[in-house]
Write a protein that binds this ligand. Sequence first.
Ligand SMILES: *Cc1c(COP(=O)(O)O)cnc(C)c1O
Length: 389
Amino acid sequence: MPPLRTEFLPFHRPTIGEDEIQGVAEVLRSGWLTTGPRVQELERVLKERLGCGDALALNSCTAALHLALVVAGVGEGDEVITTPYTFASTGETILYTGARPVFVDVEPSTSNLDPERIEAAITPRTRAISPVHLAGHPCRMDPILEIARRRGLAVIEDAAHAFGTTYRGRPVGALSRFTAFSFYATKNLTTGEGGLLACADADDAARARKLSLHGLSRDAWRRYAAGGSWAYAIEDLGYKYNLTDLAAAIGLAQLRRFDDEQAKRRERVGWYREALAGSDAFELPTDPEDGEHAWHLFILRLRPGTLSIDRDEFARRLQEARIGISVHFIPLHLHPLYRDRFGLRPGDLPVAEDLYGRAISLPLFPGMSRADVEYVAAAAHGIAAACRA
Ligand SMILES: *Cc1c(COP(=O)(O)O)cnc(C)c1O
Protein backbone atom coordinates (compact mmCIF):
# COMPACT_ATOMS: atom_id res chain seq x y z
CA MET A 1 0.00 0.00 0.00
CA PRO A 2 1.16 3.59 -0.57
CA PRO A 3 1.83 5.69 2.56
CA LEU A 4 -1.53 6.92 3.89
CA ARG A 5 -2.60 10.36 2.62
CA THR A 6 -3.15 12.97 5.29
CA GLU A 7 -6.04 14.56 3.41
CA PHE A 8 -9.20 12.76 2.32
CA LEU A 9 -9.49 12.61 -1.47
CA PRO A 10 -13.11 13.41 -2.26
CA PHE A 11 -15.05 11.36 -4.81
CA HIS A 12 -15.98 14.58 -6.55
CA ARG A 13 -15.23 18.27 -6.28
CA PRO A 14 -16.92 20.75 -8.64
CA THR A 15 -14.78 23.26 -10.51
CA ILE A 16 -16.10 26.64 -9.42
CA GLY A 17 -14.17 29.73 -10.45
CA GLU A 18 -14.46 33.49 -10.17
CA ASP A 19 -16.57 33.40 -13.32
CA GLU A 20 -19.36 31.47 -11.56
CA ILE A 21 -19.15 33.72 -8.49
CA GLN A 22 -19.22 36.85 -10.64
CA GLY A 23 -22.18 35.53 -12.65
CA VAL A 24 -24.24 34.81 -9.53
CA ALA A 25 -23.30 38.18 -7.99
CA GLU A 26 -24.55 39.95 -11.12
CA VAL A 27 -27.89 38.16 -10.93
CA LEU A 28 -28.20 39.01 -7.23
CA ARG A 29 -27.58 42.69 -8.02
CA SER A 30 -29.92 42.69 -11.01
CA GLY A 31 -33.16 42.48 -9.03
CA TRP A 32 -34.39 39.43 -11.00
CA LEU A 33 -33.52 36.09 -9.38
CA THR A 34 -35.74 33.47 -10.96
CA THR A 35 -36.37 32.40 -14.57
CA GLY A 36 -35.40 35.32 -16.79
CA PRO A 37 -32.65 36.60 -19.09
CA ARG A 38 -29.89 34.25 -17.85
CA VAL A 39 -32.13 31.19 -18.33
CA GLN A 40 -33.02 32.40 -21.84
CA GLU A 41 -29.33 32.84 -22.62
CA LEU A 42 -28.48 29.39 -21.26
CA GLU A 43 -31.21 27.81 -23.36
CA ARG A 44 -30.02 29.62 -26.49
CA VAL A 45 -26.39 28.56 -25.99
CA LEU A 46 -27.32 24.96 -25.21
CA LYS A 47 -29.72 24.67 -28.13
CA GLU A 48 -26.93 25.82 -30.42
CA ARG A 49 -24.34 23.55 -28.87
CA LEU A 50 -26.52 20.45 -29.00
CA GLY A 51 -28.17 21.19 -32.33
CA CYS A 52 -31.61 20.20 -31.06
CA GLY A 53 -34.98 21.68 -32.05
CA ASP A 54 -35.34 23.48 -28.72
CA ALA A 55 -33.84 23.35 -25.24
CA LEU A 56 -35.76 23.91 -22.01
CA ALA A 57 -33.83 24.66 -18.81
CA LEU A 58 -35.41 23.02 -15.76
CA ASN A 59 -34.68 22.59 -12.07
CA SER A 60 -33.57 18.95 -12.47
CA CYS A 61 -33.08 16.06 -14.84
CA THR A 62 -35.84 14.30 -12.93
CA ALA A 63 -38.20 17.12 -13.96
CA ALA A 64 -36.99 16.84 -17.56
CA LEU A 65 -37.65 13.09 -17.63
CA HIS A 66 -41.10 13.57 -16.14
CA LEU A 67 -42.09 16.30 -18.60
CA ALA A 68 -40.80 14.23 -21.54
CA LEU A 69 -42.99 11.31 -20.49
CA VAL A 70 -46.04 13.54 -20.07
CA VAL A 71 -45.52 15.28 -23.41
CA ALA A 72 -44.98 11.88 -25.08
CA GLY A 73 -48.44 10.97 -23.81
CA VAL A 74 -47.30 8.24 -21.42
CA GLY A 75 -49.97 7.60 -18.81
CA GLU A 76 -51.93 5.15 -16.70
CA GLY A 77 -51.53 1.53 -17.77
CA ASP A 78 -48.75 2.24 -20.28
CA GLU A 79 -45.31 0.65 -20.28
CA VAL A 80 -41.89 2.22 -20.76
CA ILE A 81 -38.85 0.10 -21.55
CA THR A 82 -35.79 1.13 -19.60
CA THR A 83 -32.63 -0.13 -17.94
CA PRO A 84 -32.43 -1.30 -14.34
CA TYR A 85 -28.85 -0.01 -14.20
CA THR A 86 -29.65 3.60 -13.36
CA PHE A 87 -30.52 6.13 -10.69
CA ALA A 88 -33.93 6.48 -8.99
CA SER A 89 -35.10 9.23 -11.37
CA THR A 90 -35.37 7.10 -14.50
CA GLY A 91 -37.79 4.71 -12.83
CA GLU A 92 -39.74 7.00 -10.53
CA THR A 93 -40.71 9.46 -13.26
CA ILE A 94 -42.30 6.57 -15.18
CA LEU A 95 -44.26 5.72 -12.02
CA TYR A 96 -45.36 9.38 -11.64
CA THR A 97 -47.31 9.05 -14.90
CA GLY A 98 -49.08 5.86 -13.81
CA ALA A 99 -47.07 3.82 -16.31
CA ARG A 100 -44.96 0.79 -15.51
CA PRO A 101 -41.21 0.57 -16.05
CA VAL A 102 -40.27 -2.59 -17.93
CA PHE A 103 -36.66 -3.34 -17.15
CA VAL A 104 -34.54 -4.81 -19.93
CA ASP A 105 -31.06 -6.09 -19.18
CA VAL A 106 -27.86 -4.31 -20.19
CA GLU A 107 -24.81 -5.07 -22.34
CA PRO A 108 -21.86 -6.43 -20.35
CA SER A 109 -19.34 -4.25 -22.21
CA THR A 110 -21.03 -0.87 -21.64
CA SER A 111 -23.64 -1.38 -18.87
CA ASN A 112 -26.13 0.29 -21.24
CA LEU A 113 -29.57 -0.95 -22.29
CA ASP A 114 -29.05 -3.87 -24.68
CA PRO A 115 -30.76 -3.08 -28.01
CA GLU A 116 -30.94 -6.80 -28.83
CA ARG A 117 -33.28 -7.40 -25.89
CA ILE A 118 -35.72 -4.55 -26.49
CA GLU A 119 -37.96 -6.09 -29.13
CA ALA A 120 -38.92 -9.04 -26.92
CA ALA A 121 -40.10 -6.68 -24.16
CA ILE A 122 -42.47 -4.65 -26.38
CA THR A 123 -46.20 -5.19 -25.77
CA PRO A 124 -49.31 -3.36 -27.06
CA ARG A 125 -48.98 -1.10 -23.96
CA THR A 126 -45.40 0.01 -24.68
CA ARG A 127 -45.20 3.76 -25.39
CA ALA A 128 -41.54 4.68 -25.01
CA ILE A 129 -37.95 3.50 -24.65
CA SER A 130 -35.75 5.27 -22.12
CA PRO A 131 -32.04 4.43 -22.43
CA VAL A 132 -29.37 5.78 -20.05
CA HIS A 133 -25.84 6.63 -21.21
CA LEU A 134 -24.20 5.15 -18.15
CA ALA A 135 -21.11 7.00 -16.93
CA GLY A 136 -21.20 8.99 -20.19
CA HIS A 137 -20.67 6.00 -22.51
CA PRO A 138 -23.01 6.44 -25.50
CA CYS A 139 -25.79 3.86 -25.89
CA ARG A 140 -26.03 2.15 -29.27
CA MET A 141 -28.65 4.63 -30.41
CA ASP A 142 -29.08 3.61 -34.06
CA PRO A 143 -30.65 0.20 -33.29
CA ILE A 144 -32.71 1.75 -30.46
CA LEU A 145 -34.00 4.54 -32.73
CA GLU A 146 -34.71 2.04 -35.49
CA ILE A 147 -36.85 -0.15 -33.21
CA ALA A 148 -38.65 2.93 -31.88
CA ARG A 149 -39.40 4.20 -35.38
CA ARG A 150 -40.63 0.83 -36.59
CA ARG A 151 -42.83 0.27 -33.51
CA GLY A 152 -44.04 3.87 -33.15
CA LEU A 153 -42.43 4.50 -29.75
CA ALA A 154 -41.02 7.70 -28.28
CA VAL A 155 -37.36 7.69 -27.25
CA ILE A 156 -36.53 9.55 -24.03
CA GLU A 157 -32.82 9.51 -23.28
CA ASP A 158 -31.60 9.88 -19.71
CA ALA A 159 -28.42 11.80 -20.45
CA ALA A 160 -27.69 12.79 -16.85
CA HIS A 161 -24.13 11.50 -17.33
CA ALA A 162 -23.84 12.41 -20.97
CA PHE A 163 -23.47 16.14 -21.44
CA GLY A 164 -20.46 16.06 -23.79
CA THR A 165 -21.13 12.53 -25.08
CA THR A 166 -21.32 12.11 -28.84
CA TYR A 167 -22.64 9.22 -30.93
CA ARG A 168 -21.48 8.76 -34.52
CA GLY A 169 -20.33 12.35 -34.71
CA ARG A 170 -23.45 13.94 -33.23
CA PRO A 171 -23.95 15.16 -29.68
CA VAL A 172 -26.29 13.29 -27.39
CA GLY A 173 -29.19 15.75 -27.26
CA ALA A 174 -29.59 15.84 -31.05
CA LEU A 175 -30.47 12.18 -31.57
CA SER A 176 -34.00 11.48 -30.38
CA ARG A 177 -37.32 13.13 -29.57
CA PHE A 178 -36.39 13.88 -25.94
CA THR A 179 -33.08 14.04 -24.07
CA ALA A 180 -32.86 14.86 -20.36
CA PHE A 181 -29.62 16.27 -18.92
CA SER A 182 -28.70 16.84 -15.27
CA PHE A 183 -26.82 19.83 -13.90
CA TYR A 184 -26.81 18.40 -10.37
CA ALA A 185 -23.84 19.28 -8.14
CA THR A 186 -21.78 16.20 -9.05
CA LYS A 187 -22.42 16.17 -12.79
CA ASN A 188 -19.88 17.23 -15.45
CA LEU A 189 -21.62 20.57 -15.89
CA THR A 190 -23.42 21.89 -12.83
CA THR A 191 -25.79 24.64 -11.81
CA GLY A 192 -26.00 23.32 -8.23
CA GLU A 193 -29.38 21.82 -9.03
CA GLY A 194 -30.68 21.94 -12.56
CA GLY A 195 -31.48 20.12 -15.75
CA LEU A 196 -32.32 20.47 -19.40
CA LEU A 197 -34.85 18.93 -21.71
CA ALA A 198 -33.59 18.89 -25.29
CA CYS A 199 -36.42 18.33 -27.77
CA ALA A 200 -36.21 17.50 -31.47
CA ASP A 201 -39.61 19.08 -32.02
CA ALA A 202 -40.28 22.72 -31.12
CA ASP A 203 -43.97 21.94 -30.41
CA ASP A 204 -42.97 19.31 -27.83
CA ALA A 205 -40.69 21.89 -26.25
CA ALA A 206 -43.45 24.53 -26.18
CA ARG A 207 -45.79 22.07 -24.49
CA ALA A 208 -43.08 21.06 -21.96
CA ARG A 209 -42.36 24.73 -21.30
CA LYS A 210 -45.98 25.42 -20.43
CA LEU A 211 -46.20 22.37 -18.16
CA SER A 212 -42.96 23.34 -16.43
CA LEU A 213 -44.64 26.43 -14.97
CA HIS A 214 -48.07 25.37 -13.69
CA GLY A 215 -49.60 25.03 -17.15
CA LEU A 216 -49.97 28.81 -17.32
CA SER A 217 -50.77 30.56 -20.55
CA ARG A 218 -47.68 32.81 -20.23
CA ASP A 219 -44.63 32.74 -18.01
CA ALA A 220 -43.89 35.02 -15.08
CA TRP A 221 -41.03 36.73 -16.88
CA ARG A 222 -43.46 38.12 -19.43
CA ARG A 223 -46.06 38.93 -16.78
CA TYR A 224 -43.68 41.00 -14.66
CA ALA A 225 -41.69 42.65 -17.44
CA ALA A 226 -42.43 46.27 -18.36
CA GLY A 227 -45.55 46.32 -20.50
CA GLY A 228 -46.46 42.80 -19.40
CA SER A 229 -50.02 41.84 -18.66
CA TRP A 230 -51.09 40.67 -15.19
CA ALA A 231 -53.58 38.23 -16.68
CA TYR A 232 -52.96 34.51 -17.09
CA ALA A 233 -54.99 31.36 -17.48
CA ILE A 234 -54.27 27.92 -16.03
CA GLU A 235 -54.81 25.84 -19.13
CA ASP A 236 -53.31 22.50 -18.13
CA LEU A 237 -52.29 20.57 -15.04
CA GLY A 238 -48.67 21.70 -14.80
CA TYR A 239 -45.73 21.49 -12.43
CA LYS A 240 -43.15 23.77 -10.85
CA TYR A 241 -39.99 22.79 -12.71
CA ASN A 242 -38.43 26.07 -13.88
CA LEU A 243 -34.75 26.93 -13.42
CA THR A 244 -33.64 30.13 -11.67
CA ASP A 245 -31.43 32.83 -13.19
CA LEU A 246 -29.09 32.29 -10.22
CA ALA A 247 -28.54 28.71 -11.32
CA ALA A 248 -28.37 29.58 -15.01
CA ALA A 249 -25.57 32.08 -14.31
CA ILE A 250 -23.50 29.24 -12.83
CA GLY A 251 -24.26 27.09 -15.87
CA LEU A 252 -23.21 29.81 -18.33
CA ALA A 253 -19.86 30.19 -16.57
CA GLN A 254 -19.41 26.39 -16.51
CA LEU A 255 -20.20 26.18 -20.22
CA ARG A 256 -17.47 28.60 -21.18
CA ARG A 257 -14.91 26.25 -19.61
CA PHE A 258 -16.63 22.97 -20.42
CA ASP A 259 -14.45 21.70 -23.27
CA ASP A 260 -11.28 22.32 -21.26
CA GLU A 261 -12.75 20.51 -18.27
CA GLN A 262 -13.70 17.55 -20.46
CA ALA A 263 -10.14 17.40 -21.82
CA LYS A 264 -8.92 17.21 -18.23
CA ARG A 265 -11.32 14.35 -17.51
CA ARG A 266 -10.00 12.43 -20.52
CA GLU A 267 -6.42 13.09 -19.39
CA ARG A 268 -7.20 11.69 -15.91
CA VAL A 269 -8.84 8.64 -17.45
CA GLY A 270 -5.61 8.08 -19.39
CA TRP A 271 -3.62 8.33 -16.16
CA TYR A 272 -5.92 5.78 -14.51
CA ARG A 273 -5.54 3.42 -17.46
CA GLU A 274 -1.77 3.57 -17.22
CA ALA A 275 -1.62 3.28 -13.45
CA LEU A 276 -4.20 0.48 -13.15
CA ALA A 277 -2.73 -1.65 -15.96
CA GLY A 278 -1.05 -4.92 -15.19
CA SER A 279 -3.48 -6.46 -12.68
CA ASP A 280 -5.72 -9.35 -13.72
CA ALA A 281 -8.01 -8.38 -10.82
CA PHE A 282 -9.22 -5.21 -12.54
CA GLU A 283 -11.57 -4.68 -15.45
CA LEU A 284 -11.27 -1.14 -16.78
CA PRO A 285 -14.12 0.73 -18.49
CA THR A 286 -14.24 0.34 -22.26
CA ASP A 287 -13.82 3.15 -24.78
CA PRO A 288 -16.82 3.58 -27.08
CA GLU A 289 -16.44 2.31 -30.64
CA ASP A 290 -18.84 4.81 -32.13
CA GLY A 291 -18.65 7.99 -30.17
CA GLU A 292 -17.04 10.08 -27.49
CA HIS A 293 -17.35 9.20 -23.81
CA ALA A 294 -18.14 12.09 -21.43
CA TRP A 295 -16.34 10.33 -18.57
CA HIS A 296 -18.76 11.37 -15.86
CA LEU A 297 -17.69 8.26 -13.93
CA PHE A 298 -14.70 5.94 -13.95
CA ILE A 299 -16.09 2.57 -12.91
CA LEU A 300 -13.54 -0.07 -11.97
CA ARG A 301 -14.75 -3.69 -11.81
CA LEU A 302 -13.21 -6.57 -9.91
CA ARG A 303 -12.67 -9.68 -12.02
CA PRO A 304 -14.42 -12.73 -10.56
CA GLY A 305 -12.20 -15.37 -8.99
CA THR A 306 -9.12 -13.18 -8.63
CA LEU A 307 -9.55 -11.88 -5.07
CA SER A 308 -10.43 -13.33 -1.67
CA ILE A 309 -12.55 -10.29 -0.78
CA ASP A 310 -15.77 -8.97 -2.33
CA ARG A 311 -16.55 -5.53 -3.73
CA ASP A 312 -17.93 -4.20 -0.44
CA GLU A 313 -14.71 -5.08 1.39
CA PHE A 314 -12.56 -3.72 -1.45
CA ALA A 315 -14.54 -0.45 -1.33
CA ARG A 316 -14.22 -0.30 2.45
CA ARG A 317 -10.45 -0.64 2.20
CA LEU A 318 -10.24 2.16 -0.38
CA GLN A 319 -12.21 4.37 2.03
CA GLU A 320 -9.78 3.38 4.79
CA ALA A 321 -7.04 4.72 2.53
CA ARG A 322 -8.91 8.08 2.65
CA ILE A 323 -10.32 7.77 -0.85
CA GLY A 324 -13.90 8.84 -1.58
CA ILE A 325 -15.61 6.18 -3.66
CA SER A 326 -19.13 5.40 -4.76
CA VAL A 327 -21.04 2.52 -6.30
CA HIS A 328 -23.19 3.08 -9.40
CA PHE A 329 -25.89 1.76 -9.28
CA ILE A 330 -27.93 -0.66 -7.20
CA PRO A 331 -30.20 -1.97 -10.00
CA LEU A 332 -33.70 -0.55 -9.58
CA HIS A 333 -35.45 -3.94 -9.49
CA LEU A 334 -33.55 -4.86 -6.30
CA HIS A 335 -34.99 -1.87 -4.41
CA PRO A 336 -38.07 -2.55 -2.25
CA LEU A 337 -40.28 -0.15 -4.26
CA TYR A 338 -39.87 -2.07 -7.52
CA ARG A 339 -39.30 -5.50 -5.98
CA ASP A 340 -42.53 -5.38 -4.01
CA ARG A 341 -44.71 -3.50 -6.49
CA PHE A 342 -43.81 -5.61 -9.51
CA GLY A 343 -42.75 -8.90 -7.89
CA LEU A 344 -39.17 -8.62 -9.14
CA ARG A 345 -36.36 -10.73 -7.69
CA PRO A 346 -32.59 -11.04 -7.69
CA GLY A 347 -31.66 -13.06 -10.76
CA ASP A 348 -34.25 -11.35 -12.99
CA LEU A 349 -31.65 -9.12 -14.68
CA PRO A 350 -28.43 -11.06 -14.28
CA VAL A 351 -26.09 -8.89 -16.37
CA ALA A 352 -26.96 -5.69 -14.49
CA GLU A 353 -26.70 -7.50 -11.15
CA ASP A 354 -23.30 -8.95 -12.01
CA LEU A 355 -21.93 -5.59 -13.19
CA TYR A 356 -23.26 -3.83 -10.09
CA GLY A 357 -21.82 -6.46 -7.76
CA ARG A 358 -18.29 -5.90 -9.04
CA ALA A 359 -18.36 -2.09 -9.52
CA ILE A 360 -16.54 0.66 -7.69
CA SER A 361 -16.60 4.24 -8.98
CA LEU A 362 -13.22 5.88 -8.39
CA PRO A 363 -12.76 9.63 -7.87
CA LEU A 364 -12.78 11.49 -11.19
CA PHE A 365 -12.91 15.26 -11.50
CA PRO A 366 -10.87 17.83 -13.44
CA GLY A 367 -9.14 19.18 -10.31
CA MET A 368 -7.48 15.83 -9.45
CA SER A 369 -3.71 15.84 -9.71
CA ARG A 370 -1.70 13.08 -11.36
CA ALA A 371 -0.47 12.19 -7.85
CA ASP A 372 -4.11 11.79 -6.72
CA VAL A 373 -4.84 9.39 -9.57
CA GLU A 374 -1.63 7.44 -8.94
CA TYR A 375 -2.40 7.24 -5.23
CA VAL A 376 -5.82 5.71 -5.92
CA ALA A 377 -4.29 3.20 -8.34
CA ALA A 378 -1.50 2.31 -5.89
CA ALA A 379 -4.06 1.74 -3.14
CA ALA A 380 -6.13 -0.49 -5.46
CA HIS A 381 -3.03 -2.49 -6.43
CA GLY A 382 -2.05 -2.75 -2.76
CA ILE A 383 -5.44 -4.11 -1.72
CA ALA A 384 -5.49 -6.57 -4.64
CA ALA A 385 -1.97 -7.80 -3.84
CA ALA A 386 -2.89 -8.38 -0.17
CA CYS A 387 -6.08 -10.29 -1.08
CA ARG A 388 -5.24 -12.75 -3.87
CA ALA A 389 -7.72 -15.59 -4.16
C1 LIG B 1 -28.12 12.35 -11.42
C2 LIG B 1 -29.00 11.46 -12.22
C3 LIG B 1 -30.34 11.78 -12.50
C4 LIG B 1 -31.07 12.87 -11.80
O1 LIG B 1 -30.60 14.14 -11.98
P1 LIG B 1 -31.26 15.33 -11.16
O2 LIG B 1 -30.81 16.53 -11.91
O3 LIG B 1 -30.69 15.26 -9.78
O4 LIG B 1 -32.72 15.15 -11.17
C5 LIG B 1 -31.06 11.00 -13.38
N1 LIG B 1 -30.52 9.92 -13.94
C6 LIG B 1 -29.25 9.54 -13.68
C7 LIG B 1 -28.70 8.33 -14.37
C8 LIG B 1 -28.47 10.28 -12.79
O5 LIG B 1 -27.23 9.88 -12.47
